[in-house]
Design a protein around this ligand. Sequence first.
Ligand code: DOR
Ligand code: ZN
Length: 345
Amino acid sequence: MDRLTLRRPDDWHLHLRDGAMLNAVLPETARHFARALIMPNLVPPVVTAADAADYRDRILAAKPRGSRFQPLMTLYLTEDTDVRDLRAAAEIGLISAVKLYPAGATTNSASGVTDFSKVKRVLENMAQIGLPLCVHGEVTDPAVDIFDREAAFIETVLDPIRRDVPGLRVVMEHVTTSDAVDYVRGGGDDIVATITTHHLVINRNHILAGGIRPHYYCLPVAKRESHRRALVAAATSGDPSFFLGTDSAPHLDAAKLQPCGCAGCFTATNTLSVLAEVFEAEGALERLEAFTSLNGAAFYGIEANDERIVLVKGDPINVPPGILTDEGVVTVFDPGMPLHWHVEG
Ligand code: DOR
Ligand code: ZN
């Protein structure tokens, strides 16, 4: 097979940032994707309906001319989130989900949740109206090994929340372990997972063996190979519980290449080429569309996109090593393999 037609994909977990960074990275996503769920971890975070409306306007203003890209907004859950504001934002379709960061788990998560009892009423309201909770699933207890934080989160935080708030619809985001895959598979209709492009390609050796590679450092950190294999199996299975959320997370090289560098892989530019390669290697190209374009829309209760894109296979493509913002360079994710597929047009 050397041509593959897909419904235009959606990215169910994307960081666009703001200002110069937003201007530089938005075209990279808008080129191929119809819609993306926009993460609210700005500084300060997107907490209220008014914040989300303003941010949405800034995104729309940064869109390339002629682009029909649609940002789907989220609110950042805090212990002070106002239920009425949140419900009103959901009712008018301003927000598509709410994002839970355990306080301190990752980039700009300081305003996140420490005491889960304080958000119970918000979660109950979300369950009532069917508004999904997108979860960064890692415990923040410094005593827990960083490679165990996702598995520990499922047992000590996520499962108790779901028992406490029946009917809450949950997206376990950027899953990195077979534990998470198993939990989602056995968890019924109210729990799904997004999987990133980079976690389908790298394991922890890629970050650490033979030299440290800061551009592969992200959170949750990539785990051992057996976990990566579990993610590939889930993504390529066609199971509607798994879909693409790239977590494309741009940071300037100046911020990544530090004694204490930022977490995030920037994959917007070459995601579809990388995914085609991964699915082809599994003999699963015919299931790529479910992962990129169907399963997520179905979970969020919206139509799949009518437009189509065509992936074409040929000689290895040249991906730019980075993109330039007004403030410096953002390195593009290097999958470490030739990419033969590109999006036509
Ligand atoms: O690697 C990551 N980068 N993981 C996250 O959870 C946040 C993200 C970011 O905002 O940079
Ligand atoms: Zn993220």
